[in-house]
Design a protein around this ligand. Structure first.
Ligand SMILES: Nc1ncnc2c1ncn2[C@@H]1O[C@H](COP(=O)(O)OP(=O)(O)OP(=O)(O)O)[C@@H](O)[C@H]1O
Length: 226
């Protein structure tokens, strides 16, 4: 699904923020990504979301070397990736439900009535049925986060990247959102979750990738998920 070999990333002419990363994410795998603030977690996710290209090394996704993918094909590749950004990146002029519906609208494969049903189901799952028509600026941080998560998962992405997806919600909602990721993973989606929360890898026994000063250090895979 994802292969990195000796990948480095620098912003402009700055220092390398990711250095010599080797990583394999097998199809259907589930990993946590941890590391101190500034270690490079968001930068690694931005590489995997094709928002940045490696400054060096080899990066392959979905069996293709990303350096050889023409720019015009990047949006189609990106549509297979669901992403929850740390700063949510919702569209403020659309309602919560319209934000969630976006990936299905862009894919253009489903009739409007089906999209409405899926969106309603997803809004209920993340506990936001009463916020369907609300615009993002009127939502709390945790509510925005849940809209962002619903939008990331609704299209059944092949790869889900989530940056601190439980950072703004209480423990109970955090568990519920994790259950959503686990279910999605059960349907075949490869999942990578960046988190500061030490409780998550303890509660959900998936392997942990640790970033330290731009370098990756993988724990032994856990025996079995919770
Ligand atoms: N757009 C950018 N331009 C220049 N430097 C950047 C940019 N984005 C991140 N960096 C730098 O890259 C390094 C890694 O940042 P990154 O956001 O990837 O870390 P992180 O592990 O996600 O941190 P946090 O847990 O605080 O979100 C930091 O030194 C940061 O200052």
């Amino acid at each position: 699904m994802v292969t990195l070999r000796n990948v480095g990333l620098r912003y402009g002419s700055g220092p390398e923020v990711l250095r010599g990363l080797d990583l394999d994410l097998a199809p259907g795998s589930f990993h946590f990504l941890t590391g101190r603030s500034g270690a490079g977690k968001s930068s690694l996710l931005s590489l995997l979301h094709l928002s940045q290209r490696p400054s060096r090394g080899l990066m392959a996704m979905f069996g293709k070397d990303v350096n050889e993918v023409p720019r015009r094909q990047v949006p189609a590749m990106r549509r297979r990736v669901g992403v929850v950004f740390q700063d949510f990146r919702l569209l403020d002029h659309l309602s919560a439900a319209e934000n969630v519906a976006l990936p299905l609208r862009l894919a253009g494969r489903l009739p409007a009535a089906d999209i409405r049903n899926y969106v309603a189901e997803m809004m209920a799952w993340v506990g936001l049925t009463d916020k369907t028509d609300a615009r993002p600026p009127t939502l709390s941080g945790g509510e925005k986060q849940r809209v962002a998560i619903a939008r990331a998962v609704i299209g059944g992405p092949r790869l889900l990247l989530a940056d601190e997806p439980t950072g703004n919600v209480d423990r109970e909602m955090g568990e519920r959102l994790m259950t959503l990721f686990v279910k999605l993973n059960g349907l075949g989606t490869t999942v990578l979750i960046a988190t500061h929360d030490p409780a998550l890898p303890t509660r959900f026994a998936y392997p942990v990738l640790r970033l330290e000063d731009g370098r990756l250090d993988a724990d032994q895979p856990a025996a079995a998920p919770a």
